[in-house]
Every structure is written in C-alpha cells, then in structure tokens.
Design a binder for this molecule. Structure first.
Ligand SMILES: N[C@@H](CCC(=O)N[C@@H](CS)C(=O)NCC(=O)O)C(=O)O
Length: 219
C-alpha cells in the first residue's frame, strides 16, 4: 500500500496547502503531514526546509512511497489530481463529463486567478479581521467568486459546488476561510455552503493545528 506524506506550510496561512489536505482527508486514506513554518529567515530557513522535499521550493508537496520508490508531486492542483486519480471511489471529480469539465474550469480559474483577493484578503485561518478598503479589482473578483458559487449551487443542487464534494470545493476552501475571516457579505445559499465547508472534518483538523500555531505566537 502506498504511504502518503503531505508537506504543508504554516496552517494558519498556507492556503495552497489546505487544498490537497482536504482532498486527501476526503479519501479516508491514512497520511502523515510534515509542517514547515513559513517566513523563517534564520537557518534552517523556510526555503532550505522546503528544498529538502521539492526542487520547486514551494509547499504543498506530496510524497508517495510505494514499491520501494518515492514519487514527489508538487503544486496543489497537481496533487489534488493525483489523489483523485488514485482514489476514484472518493469521487473527487463529478462523474458527468460536462459537469467535470465545468468543475475543472472552476478549479483552474481559482488556481490561476483572483490575485487581488489573495493580496488583500490573505488567509488567516483562525482569526477574524476587519475588512480592508477593497480595491475595485478585488471587489470585482469577490463578486465573481460569489456569483460562480451561486451558479454552481443552483445548477447542481447539492451540498457542494458540483453536488458531491469535489476538487472544486478543495480549491475554493481557502476562499471560504478568507470570507469568514473578513466577514464578506454573501447571499443565504452561499452562507449555507460556506458553513458546510467550514464544518468538514478536514477543516476542523486544520483549525486545531492553526489554533495551536497562533497560540504558540505567530506574528
Ligand atoms: N502554485 C503553487 C503555489 C504554492 C505556494 O506559493 N506556496 C507558498 C506557501 S502557501 C510557498 O511555498 N512559499 C515558499 C516560501 O514561503 O518560501 C501551488 O498551488 O502549490
């Protein structure tokens, strides 16, 4: 059986790490995590620590130990795809091919987009913060995210964006956390969706570790 090790950054901040953590959690497969503290300037620096695991120098990284070999996969979306492929029973992509194409569009739009949301509404998983004065582009991106969530929830009529929990939800989970932290106003259906994401066992686990990090004194 394959042994999984997921290398993640500081949980309270590492929005990219949260995505594959939720995907792996949803499979029910056992896995270990290695936590690397971000923003460490003294040796061993964050970079030095990450480079021991991946030449890309970024977390998350997934190591798969199997048949005496180690496969290293990096980048959150590539890791989610790999997990979905290895655990088809988890149904991490919709079975309908058109829905799957749209779910992939959602995941990719998140992966490559919304730079102003990332910049102004940074993830701070366990904290509540005042809403900063949003730039026009940030407001447009927030509105786009809300409209796309509303559209998928109305069309696929399930608890999650595409009915059952999928990689699209994993990719947007950090945005759910950001909206919660800054108290973004959302319509009722979106609020209910956010509450379901926030209550996922994987999110609960992430919250516990984030809380400990914050109590131990993150800046
Ligand atoms: N596109 C990458 C981005 C990953 C990324 O930017 N990770 C940040 C932390 S959340 C990182 O590793 N930064 C390296 C550092 O802080 O030295 C992914 O999806 O995995």
């Amino acid at each position: 059986m394959a042994r999984y090790t997921l290398i993640v950054g500081t949980r309270n901040w590492s929005s990219w790490s949260l995505r594959p953590f939720l995907a792996l959690s949803a499979t029910g497969a056992p896995f270990e995590t290695v936590d690397i503290r971000l923003r460490q300037k003294e040796s061993p620096t964050t970079q030095e620590q990450i480079l021991k695991h991946s030449p890309a120098g970024k977390v998350p990284v997934l190591k798969i130990d199997e048949d005496g070999k180690t496969l290293t996969v990096w980048d959150s979306l590539a890791i989610c795809e790999t997990i979905a492929e290895r655990h088809p029973q988890a149904g991490l992509w919709p079975t309908d091919k058109d829905a799957r194409a749209i779910a992939r569009s959602y995941a990719s739009e998140m992966h490559s987009g919304f730079p102003d949301v990332r910049d102004q509404l940074t993830m701070d998983f366990v904290r509540k913060k005042p809403m900063p004065e949003l730039r026009e582009d940030t407001e447009k991106q927030v509105a786009r995210i809300i409209a796309s969530w509303e559209g998928a929830l109305a069309k696929y009529k399930g608890d999650y964006l595409f009915g059952a929990f999928s990689i699209a939800d994993c990719m947007y989970s950090p945005v759910v956390s950001r909206f919660e932290t800054y108290g973004v106003n959302v319509p009722a259906a979106v609020r209910a969706y956010m509450d379901r994401i926030l209550a996922l066992p994987g999110m609960e686990e992430w919250r516990k570790v984030s809380q400990k990090e914050v109590e131990a004194g993150l800046p």
